[in-house]
Write a protein that binds this ligand. Structure first.
Ligand SMILES: [Zn+2]
Length: 95
């Protein structure tokens, strides 16, 4: 498993906190085109299951990075982990 090293925030350069997002969770993702087409119809804009566009076989966990300073939250949708890999990484991150 490729261990994700800590990364700095692309906006403010503070160190980001690594975490996980379950791949089965709905990721709010709306394109500018969808906003223009649907945002005036109702408050509920259609949510696209982002991972289905990029991942033919849904993996279990995405690695994420949160900047506690400015609030940027990065979800790495191309690098996924099984439960066992996520636990292994979590143990390393909590040492
Ligand atoms: Zn930041």
């Amino acid at each position: 498993m490729k261990i994700m090293a800590g990364m700095n925030c692309p906006r403010c350069d503070h160190s980001m906190t690594p975490a996980f997002a379950h791949a089965a969770a709905t990721i709010p993702y709306v394109t500018p085109e969808q906003i223009l087409k649907f945002a005036h119809v109702s408050g509920d804009v259609h949510q696209v299951p982002l991972w289905k566009r990029f991942l033919p076989h849904a993996a279990e966990y995405f690695v994420t990075h949160l900047c506690g300073e400015c609030g940027i939250y990065i979800i790495d949708i191309k690098h996924t982990l099984s439960s066992a890999e996520a636990k292994e990484l979590a143990q390393i991150l909590t040492r």
